[in-house]
Design a protein around this ligand. Structure first.
Ligand code: CU
Length: 493
């Protein structure tokens, strides 16, 4: 038998029997064993305007108890795990000093910030171990929930898994004019959802030598964490609360609903507000996607947030939580006696900037597939599958696409085998069609990630420059796919 090298990271213990890869072994143990007793951690807010436009981030390692009472080694930004929420105002210019105190190289990619290629933090802007990077970012985009994470080619998946994920809140004043909940940590809550597997001592389990199956499925954990902990409870005012939901999992799609099936309103997707709130009872969120939702806790009844099985595994089937294809609880909300400031759902939000597909100057197709595309790597497990776009695995020295600044293009994305979450750096897009139909209302705004089961047509707006030395990436956001080469590069001039 081949020997799986699965380590409890940072501990000497080798996991016994805790199969993470392999679809049969994926079970979310949540419903049986999790007690919802821990206060939901709220990442500290760093308001760039109050720091005179100078923000510091230190990428380092630390210890954090994902599982209560069992501190484990992990990575974080300016703290043991995750990172601060950085608030940026439209029109501001900020200088971010990123110090890399890890013993490995990293990068910091501002996912969803529309900035030029040389400050985007992609795989070309490596911050050496012990080094510092100081990008200046000009904030010129509408209000949105964005985030930041590492993008070091071949090590992105592991570094994110270890805890490197932070939120960015872009504020353009529309929060206040719309009367939306905006007291960070009180009625405006970050909800960062991830899946992880833990050894019995609470250490993170990650497959350092993944088998082909783990690469195909991406790394999937057995337990779901929110804001870095298992089984959190959020105490919320009674009334309208805004949740900024980010799926920061390596590969897993979450299918969210409340235990009492209450309706909630989706008010924003990746790149900003929708034209009007969209009523939903269940919301699928793919890796790297963000949705802002408004939930009414006015009835003062505690309620659980649940997720369903990931049914978008295509030819690989379904990842069933708990082996039962049923929903599992991931966190609990407990309304308090404090009244919320906002009590009524707004009727209209912000009309998105127009997008005319007739004005597109180019049409391109991108086929996301695995197989023999030069990306195969021999390991002790045998050959790992290559991951490719249009038959090519990623090459940091190859420019795949040249775009013109200020133009629109139609990008057709085709997924083969399973659904892939496709992300474009340095640009936002509108979904023109999804699997042959117009997008549902909550996916009709400006976005930067789209989960493609079969085929999507996107209208992509190129308004930010990138040179051949600092190109923008487009890639699958299943991080194991990205690291294995399902990524391309474009320039914009
Ligand atoms: Cu993929």
């Amino acid at each position: 038998m081949l020997n799986r090298r699965q380590f409890a990271i940072g501990s000497a213990a080798v996991a016994s029997g805790g199969l993470v890869g392999g679809i049969a072994g994926i079970r979310l143990a949540q419903s049986e064993s999790v007690h919802f007793t821990r206060r939901l951690p709220i990442p500290p807010l760093v308001d760039a305007a109050k720091q005179a436009g100078a923000v510091r981030l230190k990428v380092g390692s630390g210890r954090h108890a994902f599982v209560e009472g069992k501190p484990a080694p992990c990575y974080g930004y300016s703290g043991p795990v995750l990172g601060p929420a950085i608030r940026l105002r439209r029109g501001d210019e900020v200088e971010i000093t990123v110090e890399n105190a890890l013993d490995v190289d990293t990068t910091v990619h501002w996912h969803g910030l529309l900035v030029p290629g040389d400050v985007d933090g992609g795989p070309h802007q490596v911050i050496k171990s012990g080094g510092t990077w100081r990008p200046r970012l000009k904030v010129e985009q509408p209000a949105a929930t964005a985030w930041f994470h590492p993008h070091l080619h071949h090590d992105t998946a592991r570094q994110v898994y270890m805890g490197l994920t932070g939120l960015i809140i872009v504020d353009d004043g529309s929060d206040a004019s719309l009367g939306l909940p905006r007291s960070y940590g009180i009625d405006d809550l970050p909800i960062i959802i991830q899946d992880r597997s833990f050894a019995s001592d609470g250490s993170l389990l990650y497959d350092l030598d993944p088998d082909p199956q783990t690469i195909q499925y991406g790394n999937r954990g057995t337990t779901i964490i929110v804001n870095g902990v298992v089984g959190p409870v959020a105490r919320v005012p009674s009334g309208l609360v805004r949740l900024r939901v980010l799926n920061a999992a390596n590969a897993q799609n979450f299918d969210l609903r409340f235990s009492d099936r209450r309706e909630f309103r989706v008010i924003a997707s990746d790149a900003g507000f929708l034209a009007a709130p969209v009523s939903m009872k269940q919301l699928r969120i793919a890796p790297a996607e963000r949705f802002e939702i408004l939930v009414d806790f006015g009835n003062r009844k505690p309620v659980m947030l649940e997720t369903g099985p990931d049914t978008l595994m295509g030819i690989f089937g379904t990842v069933s939580p708990d082996g039962s294809a049923d929903f599992v609880s991931i966190m609990r909300f407990e309304p308090t006696a404090m009244a919320a400031t906002a009590r009524y759902f707004p009727a209209r939000l912000v009309e998105p900037a127009a997008a005319n597909s007739q004005a597109a100057v180019q049409r391109r197709q991108f086929v996301l597939d695995s197989g023999i595309c030069g990306g195969q790597r021999p390991t002790e497990m045998g050959m790992l599958p290559g991951m490719c776009i249009n038959g090519k695995t990623h090459d940091l020295a190859r420019i795949d696409v040249e775009t013109r600044l200020g133009t629109l293009e139609i990008w057709e994305i085709v997924s083969v085998g399973m659904a892939h979450p496709f992300h474009v750096h340095g640009a936002s897009f509108r979904i023109l069609s999804l699997d042959g139909a117009p997008p549902p209302a909550h996916l009709a705004g400006w976005k930067d990630v789209v989960l493609v089961e079969d085929k999507a047509e996107l209208l992509v707006a190129f308004n930010h420059s990138a040179t051949p030395q600092h190109p923008f990436m487009y890639h699958c956001h299943i991080l194991e796919h990205e690291d294995a080469g399902m990524m391309g590069q474009y320039v914009c001039a």
